[in-house]
Ligand binder design. Structure first.
Ligand SMILES: [Zn+2]
Length: 443
């Protein structure tokens, strides 16, 4: 592997991860601006024409284009420069905003989610261009609100569809599967719901009233305990309606990914899996719908005790939908379920955020065949087609607005710890990723 290319990548990455572009916290607004400026400078220095597109309420979008020959095909690379908070900095191997190399890994916030991944392609493309070996026109679109759920991105793509026009879109975000190069075959849809239960005007003394009046925390817990039946199937009427039954080849493909429950236990610290009966891990997370409580609050949770009966309890609930399901229908079934199962003395409020449907990607095209060939040459392993449990909603917008094919090739290691402490990119995979990107853009 070309040492110079790896060093170039480290230099590019170190120069961008030093900016604290944490979009989930307003305190970093200024840092977002600095990140955008740094990206613009980096692109310009390497011959790209840039434009900063303004959102109404969102952080700016960085557009950069390198036009080498109008007879050549154009690839749009999408990525995001925003990131999650870093948590306790003492738990990191080094300063999370300074690229740290240790034990064969690069550490820092954003090294894989997502600065490191779009910079792999940037580094490969710019080095090829310098030597006149680049075979495509290349465009980048980098947004700053991926982590907050960007509600304006569809509009930005629509308004700028001429600028963004391309032969296909390439996305590298997320992790490879079972140490194999990976092409993503589909994504689940999703939605978020806040469910609030109220049982009284205010909290009251638990000694004077406890046991005699309703408790919001208890009532909400009772409802939540009814979400799943004993076979780990969601017990909400209509929840599995409309979904695509996995095909034989999809099931075979998922089995071929050779899931290791031992590895998963090591990675996550769980003691046991909880799939539906007879359903493998990849089918469960990629092709089955689910809901999960992602947060709860009620009563007093600080130091010591406050002996009250809480009058209010709240749960955040995350939904994931499978292909062909109608999110609105399921959310309306969920509301009916709550109303049917809550006692009459509980008043409840249900707030639904935006929702997005599941997506299946085209995997039988010439383009995917070509990418698969290069990936297998470089990684010397068979490509895994992965149905991803999460979502990249922007893929749907590229497909519908730009009317173009989207290919999603994650490049990170499975133990990259994205969103957590010690986010890292294994150097071995950095090499493979650079080699793949270089081969791809040079043919
Ligand atoms: Zn992320």
């Amino acid at each position: 592997m070309n040492k110079n290319l790896i060093n170039k990548f480290k230099e590019n990455l170190g120069g961008i991860i030093k900016y604290k572009s944490i979009s989930t916290d307003k305190a970093y607004k200024q840092e977002m601006k600095k990140t955008v400026e740094a990206l613009e400078t980096l692109f310009k220095r390497n011959g790209f024409k840039t434009q900063v597109l303004k959102g109404k309420t969102t952080n700016p979008y960085v557009y950069a284009g390198l036009n080498i020959d109008k007879n050549k095909k154009t690839i749009l690379i999408y990525g995001h420069y925003d990131e999650m908070p870093v948590g306790d900095t003492n738990k990191w191997v080094g300063d999370p905003f300074k690229l740290t190399e240790k034990n064969g890994r690069l550490y820092g916030r954003g090294v894989i989610d997502n600065k490191g991944q779009f910079l792999i392609h940037f580094t490969a493309v710019t080095e090829l261009a310098k030597n006149n070996n680049l075979k495509y026109n290349v465009k980048f679109l980098l947004e700053g609100n991926e982590e907050t759920g960007n509600t304006e991105i569809a509009e930005v793509i629509r308004v700028n569809r001429k600028l963004l026009s391309c032969d296909f879109v390439l996305i590298s975000d997320g992790e490879t599967t079972a140490n194999r190069p990976t092409i993503e075959a589909g994504f689940r849809g999703g939605s978020n719901v806040t469910l609030g239960f109220k049982t009284a005007k205010g909290d009251v003394h638990s000694g004077l009233y406890g046991g005699a009046i309703p408790n919001a925390a208890h009532e909400l817990s009772i409802l939540i305990s009814k979400f799943y039946d004993k076979n780990n199937k969601v017990a909400i009427l209509g929840f599995y309606e409309g979904l695509d039954k996995p095909t034989k080849s999809e099931l075979l493909n998922n089995k071929s990914l050779k899931f290791s429950s031992l590895k998963l236990k090591e990675l996550t610290g769980i003691k046991s899996l909880k799939c539906e009966k007879g359903i493998d891990f990849f089918t469960q997370t990629g092709l089955r719908p689910m809901l999960t409580v992602s947060g709860m609050k009620s009563g007093y949770t600080d130091e010591g005790y406050n002996n009250i009966v809480p009058c209010y309890a709240e749960a955040k609930i995350n939904f994931r939908f499978a292909a062909s399901q109608d999110p609105r229908k399921i959310l309306s079934d969920f509301k009916k379920f709550v109303m049917r199962n809550k006692p009459s003395y509980v008043s409840c409020e249900i707030n639904v955020s935006s929702s997005w449907p599941a997506l299946k990607m085209a995997t039988k095209t010439k383009l995917v065949e070509n990418i698969k060939k290069i990936l297998e040459e470089v990684y010397k392993e068979k490509v895994a087609f992965r149905f991803v449990g999460g979502s990249i909603p922007v893929i749907g917008f590229f497909k519908s607005i730009l009317k173009t094919q989207v290919v999603s090739i994650p490049l990170a290691n499975e133990d990259c710890n994205m969103h957590g402490t010690n986010e890292n990119f294994k150097l071995k995979l950095v090499e493979k990723a650079l080699e793949f990107s270089t081969s791809f853009f040079a043919r």
